[in-house]
Design a protein around this ligand. Structure first.
Ligand SMILES: Nc1ncnc2c1ncn2[C@@H]1O[C@H](COP(=O)(O)OP(=O)(O)O)[C@@H](O)[C@H]1O
Ligand SMILES: [Mg+2]
Length: 288
């Protein structure tokens, strides 16, 4: 299912939170990357019909999202950034409740709740109270509720925030698995979250789209700009003021730096093959 976003703008009073954003999102998993305040949640809320844009259009498959929000909601699963969990309910009870809200017929409810529990590997935990769940389990339950009704479009807003590294990897794998036959739009400020299996990525900065393309293209944005350089601590101080240092590692009396620069730093840098993080930094730098 293709999503076509055209010339989207959103003002909150004087603040221009989205500025003329145009974007096409195909099937599979698509990553929306950007720092806090970039406009990711605003864009997702518009896409999920919980917020109206100031101007622009959103087309999801055959549906004009702004004129026919009800039709879109029937195809949509959404895990908001600030999803509230009912701590006193068990996982099963919470899903059963949300399934009722989503007007899934009683006869089908049990089967669907069990199916989504299975898909997020929470069947064994379903009779426990949500208040006792770990962060990773809560986020998987959040995905389970979004999957009720078997939506073709799944929108998940910063689902890995607050997860520990192991939970984060499990969660990423889960998203990749369920994205198979649907479109999954994932927002994050962590580059590694989109590394695994995104078919495309968009980078937002201060409400503007500063990159849109494949992961390969994002990496290529840093081509020829990544250098490794051995320096002294004093030199390091100076370089940090003038260059974009992405990593530094002290090794005895010297410091090994990885930095972004259009020209070879101090003429002594060794070119390095860029990674996704470098690509992200390069497009953010170019937009400054
Ligand atoms: N309801 C609101 N009223 C006023 N400003 C808002 C509101 N929601 C978000 N903003 C502002 O819009 C900008 C984008 O926010 P948001 O979409 O939440 O970004 P992100 O999800 O990328 O962190 C931020 O500057 C934020 O403070
Ligand atoms: Mg947000």
């Amino acid at each position: 299912m293709e999503i076509v976003i055209s010339n989207l703008n959103k003002h909150y009073g004087p603040l221009h939170a989205l500025q003329d954003v145009s974007l096409r999102i195909g099937g599979g998993m698509f990553g929306l990357l950007g720092p806090n305040g970039a406009g990711k949640t605003t864009l997702m809320r518009i896409l999920t019909t919980t917020l109206r844009p100031s101007s622009g259009t959103v087309q999801v498959g055959e549906i004009d999202a702004l004129h026919d929000p009800h039709a879109l909601r029937r195809q949509l699963g959404y895990l908001p950034q600030d999803f509230g969990f009912y701590r006193g309910l068990t996982g099963y009870e919470m899903l059963d409740y949300i399934a009722t809200m989503k007007q899934i017929p009683r006869a089908e409810r049990k089967r669907q709740v069990e199916s989504v529990l299975e898909q997020v590997h929470l069947t064994a935990e379903a009779r426990r109270r949500v208040g006792g769940y770990s962060g990773g389990m809560k986020q998987r339950l959040g995905i389970a509720q979004a999957l009720l009704g078997n939506p073709r479009l799944l929108v998940v807003d910063e689902p890995t925030a607050g997860l520990d590294p192991e939970e984060r990897i499990r969660f990423r794998n889960l998203l990749a698995r369920i994205s198979g036959e649907r479109t999954v739009l994932l927002s994050t400020h962590i580059v590694a979250d989109i590394e695994a299996s995104c078919t495309g990525v968009a980078v937002l900065r201060k409400g503007r789209l500063v990159f849109y393309g494949s992961l390969h293209e994002l990496v290529a944005s840093a081509q020829g700009q990544v250098w490794q350089l051995e320096t002294t601590p004093t030199e390091w101080e100076r370089l940090q003021a003038t260059h974009h240092v992405v990593a530094s590692r002290a090794t005895g009396t010297t410091v090994l730096l990885r930095l972004l620069a259009r020209e070879n730093p101090l003429g002594r840098g060794e070119p390095v093959v860029p990674g996704l993080e470098d690509g992200y930094m390069a497009v953010m730098n170019a937009a400054r």
